[in-house]
Design a protein around this ligand. Structure first.
Ligand code: ATP
Ligand code: LTN
Length: 336
C-alpha cells in the first residue's frame, strides 16, 4: 500500500534551532516519517518576507538542513529540500494569489502581528502574501497531513479554503489537507519568562536553549531558570510555570510521565530537579550538535543531499503545477 503524503516547513531564520523547535516539532516530524511519504521544506522564500543578510541566510539555510538531518530526518525516507530550489512554489503561489481576496488575506493574524512590529507601512507585500505562498508549498505535494504548531492553524484553514475554491472552479486538482496540530504539552516555555513560549525572537538569550549551544552554556541556563519560592516540585502551569516547564522538558525527553517525576522528586530541592533536567537535555542535544558540526564540515555532501531532496520534490511539484496550468487555461508549453 502506498503511504499518504505529508508536508511541513520551517524557516531558515536562525543559526540554531531551539529546544522548543526540537521537542515541539522536529521529534514529531522524525516520528512521522515511517507512516508517511514525507516532504520537509526549508522555506527561504518565506524568510525574505523580512530583511535578511544574504550571507547569513545562505549559512542559516545549510545550518537548518544539517540540524534537521542530525536530529533524525532521514534523507532516504523523506525529501528534505530548499524551497527556492523547486520553482513551482513561487509559480503556484502566483496562481493562488489570483484566487485569494484582499479581505481574506488581510484577516491573517500573523501578518497583523508581524507588520505591527515593523510598522504597517514598511511591511513588505511579500509578508502580506506569506500565507498564500505557504498554501502553495502545501498543495503542490497533495498531502493528507500537515504537522504544525497551534499558531499555524489559520494558515491551514486558508490553504483548505483555497484548495476547495480551486477544485470547485476548475475541477478536482488538490487534496484537501488536514492540519495535525501538535499538542499543547509539547510546548516549551522560556526559562527566564516561563509564561511565554521559548522563541528565537524572545528578548533574553538566557531563557533560550539552542541545539547548538555548548553543554556548559546549557547547564548554566537551566540552573538559572526562574522558579518560585514554595519549594514544592509539582506540575501547575498557572501557579508554578517555571517548575512545570522544567518537568515538561524532562518528561518530553526522558519519556517519564509528569506524575512519576513528581513522585520521584517529592521532598527534593529545586537544585536536584535542575541538575537532572540539565543532564537529560545535554544528553539529548550533544549528539545532535556533534552530528550537525560533522555535516557542516562537508558542505558539498550536504548540498548533494539537498539536491537529491529537491529533485524528488520537483517531480511531484511539476506534475501538480502542470495540471493547474492546464485547468486554468494556460497554453501548454512545449519545451518545459
Ligand atoms: P519565532 O521565535 O520567530 O516565533 P519560532 O521559534 O516560534 O519562531 P518557527 O520557525 O515559527 O519558530 O517554528 C518552527 C516550529 O517549531 C513550528 O512548528 C512551531 O510550532 C515549533 N515551535 C516553536 N516554538 C516552540 C515552542 N516553544 N514549543 C514547542 N514548539 C515550538
Ligand atoms: N509558516 C510556517 C512555516 C511554513 C510551513 C509551510 C509550515 C512555511 N510553509 C508549509 C507547514 C507547511 C512557520 O512559520 N512555522
Amino acid at each position: 500500500m502506498t503511504k499518504p503524503n505529508l508536508l511541513s516547513g520551517m524557516q531558515p531564520s536562525a543559526g540554531s534551532l531551539h529546544l522548543g523547535n526540537y521537542l515541539g516539532a522536529l521529534v514529531n516530524w522524525a516520528n512521522m516519517q515511517d507512516d508517511f511519504n514525507a516532504y520537509y521544506v526549508i522555506v527561504d522564500l518565506h524568510a525574505i518576507t523580512v530583511p535578511q543578510d544574504p550571507d547569513e541566510l545562505r549559512a542559516n539555510t545549510r545550518r537548518t538542513a544539517a540540524q534537521y538531518l542530525a536530529a533524525g530526518i532521514d534523507h532516504e525516507k523523506s525529501a528534505l529540500f530548499v524551497q527556492s530550489h523547486v520553482p513551482a512554489h513561487a509559480e503556484l503561489a502566483w496562481v493562488l494569489n489570483c484566487i485569494t481576496g484582499m479581505g481574506e488575506a488581510g484577516r491573517m493574524t500573523q501578518f497583523k502581528d508581524k507588520s505591527q512590529k515593523s510598522g504597517s507601512d514598511s511591511a513588505s507585500v511579500g509578508l502580506f502574501t506569506y500565507p498564500i505562498l505557504q498554501a502553495a508549498d502545501i498543495l503542490l505535494y497533495q498531502p493528507k497531513a500537515v504537522p504544525v504548531g497551534e499558531d499555524q492553524r489559520q494558515h491551514l484553514e486558508l490553504t483548505r479554503d483555497l484548495a476547495t475554491r480551486f477544485n470547485s472552479r476548475f475541477g478536482d486538482t488538490f487534496t484537501i489537507p488536514e492540519a495535525v496540530i501538535l499538542k499543547e504539552t509539547a510546548k516549551i516555555y522560556d526559562l527566564q519568562n516561563p509564561e511565554a513560549k521559548m522563541s528565537k525572537s524572545a528578548g533574553d538569550p538566557k531563557g533560550l536553549i539552542n541545539i547548538m549551544d555548548d553543554s556548559a552554556a546549557v547547564v548554566k541556563k537551566i540552573k538559572s531558570a526562574v522558579t518560585d519560592t514554595d519549594g514544592i516540585i509539582q506540575f501547575d502551569r498557572e501557579t508554578k510555570p517555571g517548575i512545570s516547564n522544567l518537568l515538561g522538558i524532562h518528561s518530553a525527553i526522558s519519556g517519564e510521565s509528569i506524575s512519576e517525576l513528581e513522585q520521584r522528586f517529592e521532598g527534593a530541592g529545586y537544585g536536584a530537579l535542575k541538575g537532572e533536567v540539565a543532564d537529560v537535555v545535554v544528553a539529548a542535544i550533544e549528539p545532535i550538535r556533534n552530528r550537525t558540526e560533522e555535516l557542516l564540515s562537508d558542505p558539498a555532501e550536504l548540498d548533494r543531499l539537498l539536491a537529491n531532496g529537491a529533485a524528488r520534490a520537483n517531480e511531484l511539484a511539476e506534475q501538480t503545477l502542470a495540471t493547474v496550468y492546464d485547468r486554468i487555461g494556460f497554453l501548454r508549453s512545449t519545451w518545459r
